[in-house]
Design a protein around this ligand. Structure first.
Ligand code: ATP
Ligand code: MN
Length: 476
């Protein structure tokens, strides 16, 4: 049986690299990484299509009709389509190669001006060419690992019967005060309507005239809406972009990042912490199982400890200590911190890192934080001073998960809102969940980019999201 070349299905490079492909005729397409010409009158082309870290070696012989006229002009970045036979490779470093019967040029890349040359590409430079950086080994590997983490996230929750829900990106609820918010408006910024007439509001922006008839902004978290669905459907999760206009130019903060937020009814802080631990271990395991060569690359080129660290984490229990115990440890450890430690402070990243990197050398869950440094919706403990909050800390990245058991008691919740200067009437719907069939419930938020950062060892969070948004950075 013969197949017409035009209708031949395209094979991906990762398939061709498997020995089972030997003897098959394939059609491949991708981008040239290198071309080496041999005196014997043939060329080797390394072809990459992003399906895996490795490129496949194409043997292009001088007998090809366009060998002189086209093949010898192919440089890094050119795109080609190849038809040929998969054969056992006599060369070192690969088991298979493709002996081309045709090489069709789809597009040349001028080697003089192509910005991605083999050497001398710093992460900073690559950020300035975010449209081409996915063609590098590093960013290809980051994209594949990020994809695997997303798949693992959905698998984890789907296999446990959680419903995936979609919470809104534009919201009017002024939730949690988690960093600064981006406003959403259609007002002409040169001529913003003001409230006229007399009274206290005179001169304020008149949001009634705005698109939604009220002030709105981009969500900082889908949690409050997830609670609505958890108190009807029991176990749910949201997974989407969140936005924080915090002016923190750190290697761990973005203005737009993705967050996974499970919310579980009939669940307390113990169950929440257990879920978070199982969740992280599952993700790490899946990445090691399904992204072997990408992870070897990160381990060799980016951070020599990533694989060892991940294996160690999967095999050991997370440490669980209360905030009060954590503060005690930090006070007694004799370490010099830039920010002094005392009971009541928000733990700084140097404190978090001491606990997880130096003291315990594994992930640490800190729970029962002082109520004054945490959000209004976290369940108040009997001591009246602490709330059922928990943060999961991991080496190098620090906080990767923040979560809590939610306050399900109506009266306590109203008191906490007032103490936090929030107007309970604004949250009437949130309070309804406590008025009508309230239940204990809990949840957490995992930052996707911090997870990718931790797994890959990439130093800067801007290099684990395709198009980073950060202060003064939204170029692509
Ligand atoms: P941090 O103290 O590190 O700023 P946070 O306390 O503001 O974090 P939460 O509001 O608990 O974080 O958000 C839940 C998770 O979302 C965090 O554990 C982290 O993984 C991630 N996250 C929070 N802010 C950012 C950000 N600006 N960029 C990337 N990820 C973030
Ligand atoms: Mn923050």
């Amino acid at each position: 049986m013969t197949t017409s070349v035009e209708t031949m299905k395209q094979t991906r490079v990762h398939q061709v690299l498997q020995t089972e492909s030997i003897g098959k005729k394939v059609k491949l397409a991708g981008w040239v990484r290198t071309r080496r010409d041999s005196k014997g009158g043939f060329s080797f082309i390394e072809l990459n299509d992003g399906s895996c870290m490795k490129s496949v070696q194409i043997l292009a012989e001088a007998a090809l009709s366009n060998y002189e006229s086209e093949v010898l002009k192919l440089g890094i970045g050119s795109s080609i389509e190849v038809i040929g036979d998969v054969v056992e490779s006599p060369g070192k470093g690969q088991t298979t190669e493709v002996k081309a019967e045709s090489v069709k040029v789809l597009g040349y890349a001028d080697p003089q001006t192509y910005p991605l040359q083999k050497k001398g590409t710093s992460m900073e430079f690559l950020r300035s060419i975010a449209h081409l950086r996915p063609r590098t080994n590093t960013f290809g590997a980051v994209a594949r690992v990020r994809n695997e983490i997303c798949r693992s996230i959905h698998n984890f929750f789907q296999s446990r019967g959680f419903l995936y829900i979609n919470t809104p990106i534009i919201t009017a609820s002024d939730c949690e005060g988690a960093g600064q918010m981006f406003n959403v408006t259609t007002f002409d910024l040169k001529d913003v309507p003001r409230i006229s007439g007399e009274g206290g509001a005179k001169g304020d922006i008149d949001f009634e005239q705005d698109f939604f008839g009220r002030a709105t902004h981009l969500t900082v978290s889908g949690q409050l809406e997830a609670e609505i669905y958890a108190t009807a459907l029991t176990n749910v999760y949201t997974f989407g972009p969140t936005f924080r206009a915090e002016n923190s130019n750190t290697s761990r903060h973005l203005a737009e990042f993705w967050m996974v937020e499970p919310e579980m009814a009939f669940c307390d802080l113990e169950g929440d912490m257990q879920c978070a631990e199982d969740f992280l271990k599952t993700i790490f395991n899946d990445v090691m199982t399904n992204c072997g060569s990408d992870m070897e690359f990160f381990n060799e080129r980016i951070d020599k400890t990533v694989l060892e660290t991940l294996k160690h984490i999967v095999d050991s229990d997370f440490v669980r200590i209360s905030y009060t115990e954590a503060v005690d440890i930090l006070l007694k450890c004799g370490e010099k911190f830039e920010f002094p430690v005392s009971w009541g402070i928000d733990l700084q990243s140097e404190h978090e890192r001491y606990l997880t990197e130096k003291k315990f050398k594994k992930p640490v869950i800190v729970y029962d934080y002082p109520k004054d440094i945490k959000a209004f919706y976290m369940r108040l403990n009997d001591d009246g001073k602490t709330v059922r909050a928990m943060d999961v800390l991991v080496p190098k990245v620090g906080e990767i998960i923040g979560g809590s058991q939610r306050e399900e008691r109506l009266d306590v919740l109203i008191e906490r809102m007032k103490a936090c200067d929030l107007d309970p009437e604004e949250y009437w719907w949130y309070l309804d969940l406590r008025k009508f069939g309230t239940v204990p419930h809990a949840g957490f938020g995992l930052g996707l980019e911090r997870t990718v950062q931790f797994v890959t060892g990439m130093g800067n969070i801007r290099d684990v999201i395709p198009f980073p948004r950060a202060p003064k950075t939204a170029d692509f």
